[in-house]
Design a binder for this molecule. Structure first.
Ligand code: HEM
Length: 510
């Protein structure tokens, strides 16, 4: 038997030891669990009330007060906002794998087939396989080139139609013609045909985009979900069902037509149907078999990602060119020196047009179409720069603020000045973080090449074939440049201008 003289000191010692250990661990946790600074929060909604109509601008000014790694509480969702190139490099390069997932939202689940596509799937073997498939089979350099004739043909049709407008000196809705052009290009490339009479795919895609960009309270305060206070769930289900029916119909149409090469070009649906029932990644047996839902999900991702991005970038590039006659002249001179003024631009000419690249890079710096990229989600708790970031924290990268950071882009950061890129060639391949319009790291945009060639070609052609004058009541210095916020940031007001033909002899178009 132990005597009480031994037992009591032993118990006391053990208790003191455990207490001390617990204290040390708590202290350690508090040290390691330091959150990045951020504004004070309200109960339930956290900081949601602060975002305003243009969250990229609000977050930029908040980051000036709280720092380039800032904490927010969006409803129940802990969130980190990144606002400098240095912080972006840390999150999207050094620790990229930890932030390579996407959070689930109602719109992505109900309209975009949840984790069946590319853009909204969580990081893992399935996403890796679909990304490989899309990069190799749909968006590779050879595929981008293969679809070149579609871009040329649609642009020729637009130039031809504008020649008629020129004769009567009409004001043109530039935003509208660019949107229609890109839509025609994207539909022909992806679906193999232009508009359908039976249904309004454009309207449905726009509704899907609007739901994706809309603020849904239930995504942030999950217990409000079942009440569907905003009618969001209902609308998402309705739009998702309508889009699904349309995609089903288009795929069935493809399955029934066998004469691809004779009647029409091969398109994305043909490519995807040719690998249906095969494993997503032939080198990875576990990647699953491609089924119809995968095909619909990938197609929808491509349509949505392809249309708005190029349209918005071209719209902003032209707006800035109309506002800066000096830059416009320099660009027109460059194209004229390379191409002459007797023929239209060909895609082959683009590689010689350095100033055009600078104009497009400058546009993407000032107007990254996804101002907050697409949201990321932290996969495992991690400490970065002394800040503890918990698993499942949402990460928002403010690409808009990064592109306008005066520490990097100097005091004229907000000005459109393409010459700043004369010594700085951008390649968007994940090594440069001063301007990240295509994101970075594993979730970087896989359509960079396709996006860039489309934007460069359309801008070059429209300024080479036409001079553009703003409507009579608008001078370059008072052109409205306000944006509206969604998944992308298009102009708040449509851009209008009066074209006049500038090539010497009318190129004969078939
Ligand atoms: C000017 C043109 C474009 C811009 C500025 C752009 C920008 C972006 C951005 C910012 C992201 C999010 C990246 C991130 O989270 O880090 C993204 C993702 C994506 N983009 Fe693009 N994009 C463009 C064109 C295209 C085109 C033409 C396609 C295909 C037709 C495309 C397909 C995608 C897809 C599928 C994703 C999701 C990638 C993933 O989550 O793994 N994009 N894009």
């Amino acid at each position: 038997m132990f005597s009480t003289t031994i037992i009591i000191p032993f118990i006391l010692f053990t208790f003191t030891y455990l207490l001390f250990k617990f204290y040390l661990r708590e202290k350690q946790n508090t040290i390691n669990h330091k959150k990045p600074p951020g504004p004070p929060t309200l109960p339930i909604i956290g900081n949601l009330h602060m975002l305003g109509k243009l969250p990229h601008r609000t977050l930029q000014s908040l980051s000036k007060k709280y720092g380039s790694i800032m904490s927010l509480q969006l409803g129940q969702v802990p969130t980190i906002v990144i606002s400098s190139s240095k912080a972006a490099e840390s999150f999207l390069k050094t620790h990229d794998i930890n932030f390579a997932s996407r959070p689930k939202t109602q719109a992505s689940q109900l309209i975009f087939y949840g984790s069946k596509g590319l853009a909204f799937s969580e990081y893992g073997p399935y996403w890796r396989s679909v990304k490989k498939l899309c990069t190799l089979k749909l968006l590779s350099a050879s595929k981008v080139e293969m679809f070149g004739p579609i871009r040329k043909k649609e642009l020729d049709v637009l130039v031809k139609s504008l020649e008629k407008v020129v004769l009567v000196g009409e004001v043109v809705n530039v935003s509208e013609i660019v949107e229609n052009l890109i839509e025609d290009i994207v539909y022909k490339m992806i679906l193999g045909r232009g508009k359908y009479e039976q249904f309004d795919l454009k309207k449905l895609v726009q509704e899907g985009m609007a739901m994706l960009g809309a603020f849904n309270l239930a995504d942030y305060v999950s217990w409000l979900g079942p009440f569907d206070l905003q009618g969001f769930t209902r609308t998402c289900k309705k739009t998702g069902k309508a889009l699904d029916e349309v995609l089903e119909m288009i795929i069935t149409e493809h399955e029934q037509s066998t004469n691809v090469d004779k009647v029409r070009h091969e398109d994305f649906i043909d490519i995807l149907l040719s690998i249906v029932h095969q494993t997503v990644d032939p080198e990875n047996e576990q990647s699953g078999v491609i089924d119809r839902t995968n095909i619909k999900a990938i197609l929808l991702d491509m349509i949505v990602a392809g249309i708005d991005t190029a349209t918005t970038t071209i719209e902003w590039a032209l707006s800035e060119l109309f506002r800066h006659p000096r830059v416009m002249k320099k660009l027109q001179d460059e194209i004229q020196n390379e191409v002459g003024n007797k023929r239209m631009v060909e895609e082959n000419d683009l590689k010689k047009l350095n100033y055009l690249d600078m104009v497009v890079d400058e546009t993407l710096r000032l107007y990254p179409v996804g101002p907050l990229l697409l949201p990321r989600e932290c996969r495992e708790s991690i400490t970065i720069d002394g800040y503890f970031i918990k698993e499942k924290t949402r990460v928002i990268v403010n690409a808009w603020a990064i592109g306008r950071d005066s520490n990097i882009w100097l005091e004229n950061a907000d000005e459109f000045y393409p010459e700043r890129f004369s010594d700085k060639k951008m390649n968007y391949q994940g090594q440069q973080f001063e301007s990240i319009p295509f994101g970075s790291g594993r979730r970087r945009c896989p359509g960079i090449q396709l996006g860039l060639v489309t934007v460069r070609f359309v801008v070059a052609q429209l300024v080479h074939c036409f001079n553009w004058e703003l409507p009579h009541n608008i001078s370059p210095s008072n052109l409205n440049m306000e944006e509206k916020f969604g998944v992308t940031i298009p102009r708040a007001q449509h851009l209008h201008a009066i074209p006049s033909y500038r090539l010497e002899c009318d190129e004969k178009l078939e």
